[in-house]
Design a protein around this ligand. Structure first.
Ligand SMILES: [Zn+2]
Length: 316
């Protein structure tokens, strides 16, 4: 049995076909998240049909569609509660009805960081472990937790996933969530440009040559003072957040994922050392590891997300 998978990211929409815990085909569309979602759905349909055709599979034979989405998902309705600046109409689009009309299939949604954790927990870096937390570093910061073998969801669907909005700087920057000094507002790709331009000496920095600054450039710039400073500031934020997450959720494994982990060879050892020195875990040591599945984690999670929702009998 196959499952269709769809991962709506800030910059890309990833589509996949999963069969027996394996991603048998995948493709990528530009996100165009500034457009209404209804305008992107025809491309998503076409993409899924083409993927199935490439494997000589009939989409109608799938168990359903598992969707990873960058929002809090209401556990009762199975729908996103807000758009957070992406696909402004998402709250008014009935994705379940779309999947039925388009493919005759059920559809289940899950928060993107939670979907990535499900993928890693079931098939990747957290496999075989009942207590796992993920921290995805990218445009924003996503988190999610599995405690004693159960995915943490919460009554409103937001338990475990708001780690990027834990306060790491009391007098910190205003965040889009309404709070100040959130980890995401202090160190993520969405604020990197502003952070860089505020630093003294930016105009003379190597980073001033780029129209848009990425963490890849920052971590490559060991000989550039502003890059070094930005890297240190960001690492300090992520280290603080890692310890907060460990103190909150009691994991045995902390998985680091997201696009920023393209520089994981620098980031992972720094966070691992900090956690070893600062986390209160008298029972032993938390393993701080890089994601194994990367971009594929949320797609691979589609099978699990769909089967769990169907078992629970929740619409969506
Ligand atoms: Zn926030």
């Amino acid at each position: 049995m196959i499952t269709l998978a769809c991962d709506f990211g800030g910059r890309r929409i990833k589509l996949g076909v999963v069969r027996d815990r394996t991603l048998v085909a995948q493709t990528v569309l530009p996100a165009r998240a500034d457009l209404p979602l209804v305008e992107r759905l025809p491309d998503v349909s076409r993409g899924l049909r083409e993927l199935c055709a490439s494997q000589e599979l009939d989409p109608a034979s799938a168990a359903g569609i598992g969707v990873s989405y960058p929002s809090v998902i209401d556990p009762r309705s199975g729908s996103p509660v807000d758009h957070f600046g992406k696909y402004g109409d998402v709250r008014w689009v009935d994705l379940q009805a779309w999947a039925q009309a388009e493919f005759g299939l059920p559809l289940a949604l899950e928060n993107d960081a939670r979907a990535a954790l499900i993928g890693e927990w079931q098939y990747g870096a957290g496999r075989g472990c009942d207590n796992v937390v993920i921290m995805t570093l990218g445009t924003g910061i996503g988190t999610a937790a599995v405690i004693e073998g159960r995915l943490l969801v919460g009554v409103h669907g937001q338990a475990g996933i708001l780690g990027g909005h834990l306060t790491v700087m009391q007098q910190g920057r205003q965040c889009i969530c309404g709070n100040c000094g959130c980890a995401e507002a202090e160190a993520s790709t969405s604020v990197l440009d502003q952070l860089a331009r505020q630093l003294p000496g930016f105009a003379d920095s190597l980073l001033a040559r780029y129209a848009t600054i990425s963490y890849e450039q920052v971590f490559r710039g060991e000989n550039d003072r502003v890059s070094r400073q930005l890297a240190e500031l960001s690492l300090r934020v992520w280290c603080t957040l890692a310890v907060n997450l460990i103190h909150a959720y009691d994991p045995e494994v902390l998985i680091l994922g997201g696009g920023v982990m393209g520089s994981g060879e620098v980031i992972q050892p720094v966070i691992a050392r900090y956690v070893e020195a600062h986390a209160h875990t008298p029972w032993g040591a938390v393993a701080v590891v890089a994601s194994q599945l990367g971009d594929s984690a949320a797609l691979l999670a589609a099978e699990w997300i769909l089967s769990q929702r169907i078992q629970r009998g929740v619409r969506g």
